[in-house]
Write a protein that binds this ligand. Structure first.
Ligand code: GTQ
Length: 347
């Protein structure tokens, strides 16, 4: 005879007893610990640039780049408020740098990407090379590389989207940060050096790939956009994605970064995409155009520079009825691939 007929009060008393020993009953939490399907706490959400632009510019009067270190408005998913997280594993923020400012040099294990939204005068220096920023460029900051951002006195305000793996790093407790002893790191390479070496589907002959991180530090928008446009003209259009390409590490063919994969896709004018879902939570940023996205039970109209978050395993589909749209996106796809956890359902 089982003893499971104990009264609820006896159970609670027992739970109290075991809690004294840092124990808890799995039978009360199993379905939360191992849900039948992904149960993200984050929700579908959109940040509309037209509504935020004035507030971003106002942050320039609230704090300086040196005091702030990074003057960023963090995109906080309303399903996980106060946790600086846009999906359960990704961070996103909108960074402003004003003319004459320097955001001081530091490095961290958390890797970062930048997707430039507006302004042309700023640069980021990564690992000894200065990389000028233009709208639509994807720039990476590999793990543990010195990086500082700057904007000359005669420049204009520059805004970009930051994506980091910081929430994942917090789970793993594997992060470190160091400040550079000066505001800016020394520049060791000519401007355009990493692009000359790795930007043309060729690599220096004696180069041996080191690790997972791309040695190409900037993927200029005009090149990526041209690839999408050519495929579009050749009618190489997927019914779910439109024309969608992933950025590659030219030395390996793999993803450019260890924990985050970026993508760029074109939704042709008149596109009405089919519905899919995957186990990757994704952050999208509108590079060009206007359209509509359906994520789970939500539908959002999107406009240039809007950012939206799609939680894992929620259905996604896109519409771009009146014009071509281009979406940049990123997810933890490399982690899911490496652990054989990525899967997709296409309806
Ligand atoms: O530019 O180094 O949005 O360290 C958050 C943390 C940007 C950066 C962020 C960072 C940075």
């Amino acid at each position: 005879m089982s003893t499971a007929s104990q009264s609820p009060a006896a159970r609670q008393a027992y739970y109290g007893q075991i809690a004294q020993h840092n124990l808890s009953p799995l039978w009360e939490s199993l379905s939360r610990l191992i849900p039948r399907t992904p149960e993200p706490k984050v929700v579908p959400a959109i940040w509309r640039y037209a509504q935020l632009r004035d507030l971003i510019m106002k942050s320039g009067n609230i704090v300086g780049a040196v005091e702030a270190v990074r003057r960023v408005l963090v995109l906080e998913n309303p399903g996980m408020p106060g946790q600086a997280t846009v999906t359960s594993s990704l961070y996103a923020g909108l960074q402003l740098i004003l003319p004459g400012e320097i955001a001081p040099s530091h490095r961290h294990k958390q890797l970062a990407l930048r997707f430039i939204l507006e302004g042309k005068s700023a640069y980021t220096a990564v690992d000894g090379e200065r990389l000028p920023m233009s709208p639509g460029d994807y720039i990476l900051t590999p793990s543990w590389t010195w990086h500082d951002h700057g904007n000359p006195q005669d420049g204009e305000p520059v805004v970009w989207l930051d994506g980091l793996d910081a929430p994942l790093m917090l789970h793993l407790d594997a992060g470190f940060l160091e400040d550079y002893p000066e505001m800016e790191q020394p520049i060791r390479y000519a401007q355009g050096y990493s692009f000359a070496r790795y930007g043309y589907n060729m690599v220096p002959v004696r180069d041996v790939p080191k690790g997972v991180t791309s040695p190409l530090l900037k993927y200029p928008y005009d090149r990526s956009r041209e690839a999408l446009d050519r495929l579009y003209r050749m009618n190489d259009i997927d019914a779910w994605d439109g024309v969608k390409l992933r950025y590659v590490n030219p030395a390996t063919g793999g993803y450019p970064m260890g924990t985050i994969a970026p993508f760029l896709q074109l939704l042709p004018k008149g596109f009405k995409g089919k519905t899919y879902r995957t186990t990757e939570s994704t952050v999208f940023c509108v590079a060009e155009g206007r359209g509509k996205v359906h994520i789970g039970k939500e539908s959002f109209a999107f406009n240039p520079h809007d950012v939206f978050a799609a939680p894992s395993w929620q259905s996604i589909s896109f519409e771009s009825p009146n014009e071509d749209s281009v979406l940049f996106s990123f997810s933890n796809r490399p982690v899911l691939d490496a652990t054989e956890l990525w899967c997709e359902e296409r309806k």
